[in-house]
Design a binder for this molecule. Structure first.
Ligand code: SAM
Length: 203
């Protein structure tokens, strides 16, 4: 599958643009200054680089070698350091309780893998750390603004709640959004997005 993404990113411009996702931009106010942020499936780096420009300590993970190369180039151009790791999240040795926030923007998996990744996300967060997520909703199949065409890869708010019992949702919504993220996401779409916080450790 990384070949699929390498091919998408083998173009001079940035497939999802070089500006951050709007939902991420609107929710970053929650993060403490200097927060350690993990951005998973960051592709060509638009979200990780923007977060680094805001002063956060950013690690990004993506398995597309071409995406990682373009993410590093974007980070260098922006002058904001990002630790870009080219790794498959399904075999990654996830750090535990290591991040103040995890960001996942349009990272879609088959259900079993999605549940596994969401479990790792919850455990990679420090107590009271934040999870910021945006995905396409199953109703996106009726729109032509991007996203996977396999219905089982699309995600509802109920899926997110069920996947992450360790987290408390502060905001969780499904609805229409106008996407203007490069040629990859353009036009009206149907998304599920949310912000959740890791519960404090018991005891
Ligand atoms: C739809 S793109 C979104 C890219 C980026 N989040 C953005 O919004 O610009 C999905 C990304 O997830 C990455 N990805 C998918 N499965 C992955 C896996 N198992 N491990 C690491 N990266 C993965 C792909 O390489 C691709 O860059």
């Amino acid at each position: 599958m990384s070949d699929f993404w390498n091919q998408k990113y083998s173009r001079a411009d940035y497939f999802y643009g070089d500006e951050p996702n709007e939902f991420l931009r609107s929710q970053t106010f929650r993060l403490p200054p200097g927060a350690r942020v993990l951005v998973i499936g960051d592709g060509e780096g638009r979200n990780g680089v923007w977060l680094a420009q805001q002063g956060f300590s950013v690690t990004t993970v993506d398995y597309s070698a071409v995406g990682c190369q373009k993410a590093r180039a974007l980070a260098t151009r922006s002058g904001a350091p990002v630790d870009v790791q080219c790794v498959d999240l399904l075999s990654w040795d996830w750090p535990v309780a290591a991040f103040d926030a995890v960001v996942s923007i349009y990272l879609h998996f088959l259900p079993e893998d999605r549940r596994r990744v969401h479990h790792h996300i919850a455990h990679s967060l420090a107590p009271q750390g934040w999870f910021i997520v945006e995905l396409f909703h199953p109703a996106q199949l009726a729109y032509s603004s991007g996203g996977p065409k396999a219905p089982e890869m699309l995600v509802t708010a109920a899926d997110l709640r069920a996947d992450c019992p360790e987290l408390e949702w502060r905001l969780l919504a499904e609805g229409e959004a106008l996407l203007a993220e490069g040629p990859g996401h353009a036009g009206l779409g149907r998304v599920t997005h949310g912000v959740a916080q890791r519960r404090p450790l018991a005891g």
